[in-house]
Ligand binder design. Structure first.
Ligand code: BV8
Length: 258
């Protein structure tokens, strides 16, 4: 197998962008969207994660999110989340773009995060549009209601809904200017997220992929590593198992003029 150039590329990089999908949380016990465990009560995730499903049966959709919230509350970030958090401290300019709504990257210590598809620990009032964090895994009722009496919805992006403008703008800015892009645990099927690595490549970034299986991105990636992210990433990034052992990188003017 061709020797990975990723560590050398990261050592020279100014701007590093990471894109993650459900696969990065799989080893934490969070079901992926399209894997065999992606079903819930015989419903496909894609059929429940829509405004139409919510309008038709808000209680059913909330029962799905309630099940996910309770499950994720018992999960912990895995070595892949930790490796990505350690990488942030080692590069001058870092951005994590995640499609995941589970909040595990933040719990692993990553700070520069764009949540393209929202976060299931936040709820949004259908009438007022106000958003607040609701971290208690057990919701007061299903479906929950706002103090104003209106229905609450999960603060996530459903299929057919536009992504938050600021999130997608930050993502495009990052991939159009990064030196290295790492793509971890995504089937690269959901748009517009799936186009981000292609844009990075077209703008000259070195693109590396980690996934259990080949994806539509594998053909355009500079390197593609097949296997579990929790096993591959620490070794690939040269990060010891104790991530806090790493020296934080200070931005060097010669390496990365502003
Ligand atoms: C938009 C939040 C436009 C909810 C999610 C036809 C009709 C309508 C829309 C469309 C259409 N055709 C295309 C579209 C666009 C649509 C889309 O892309 N559909 C796809 C399915 C064809 N996209 C949208 O609708 C987006 N919005 O386009 O808006 C617009 C513009 C203006 C005005 C109005 C509208 C919105 C998309 C966001 C949907 N929301 N989630 C929730 O989670 O509850 S998407 C959902 O899929 C999750 O976020 C998930 O992360 C994401 C992507 O999936 P993956 O993360 O890749 O997960 P998956 O299970 O697929 O794969 C896991 C991978 O991990 C696998 O490759 C596996 O091999 C790997 N893996 C597993 N274990 C490991 C591993 N790898 C490493 N290690 C392991 N251990």
């Amino acid at each position: 197998m061709k020797e990975s150039q990723l560590r050398g590329r990261l050592a020279d990089a100014c701007r590093v962008t990471v894109l993650t999908g459900a696969g990065v949380s799989a080893e934490s016990g969070v079901p992926t969207f399209r894997g065999p465990e992606g079903l819930w009560r015989s419903h496909r995730a894609e059929d429940l994660a829509t405004p139409e499903a919510f309008a038709r049966d808000p209680r059913l959709v909330w029962e799905w999110y309630d099940w996910r919230r309770r499950l994720i509350a018992g999960c912990r970030p895995n070595a892949a989340h930790a490796a990505i958090a350690s990488l942030e401290a080692r590069v001058p300019d870092f951005l994590l773009i995640t499609q995941n709504v589970d909040g595990l990257h933040r719990r692993a210590g990553t700070r520069r995060i764009v949540e393209l598809h929202g976060n299931l620990w936040r709820v949004r009032c259908l009438a007022e549009g106000s958003v607040e964090e609701y971290l208690d895994p057990s919701l007061p009722s299903l479906p929950p209601h706002c103090r104003c009496g209106a229905l609450l919805r999960p603060d996530v992006v459903w299929f057919g809904e536009a992504l938050p403008t600021d999130a997608i703008r930050q993502a495009y800015d990052a991939v159009e200017s990064c030196d290295v892009m790492l793509v971890v645990g995504t089937s690269a099927l959901v748009q517009p997220a799936a186009s981000l690595p292609r844009i990075a490549k077209a703008h000259g970034a070195y693109v590396a992929e980690v996934n259990l299986e080949p994806t539509p991105l594998s053909a355009i990636a500079d390197e593609s590593h097949l296997g579990r992210a929790g096993e591959i990433l620490p070794a690939l990034l040269g990060i010891p198992s104790a991530p806090d052992a790493l020296p934080a990188t200070t931005r060097s003017e010669t390496r990365c003029p502003r």
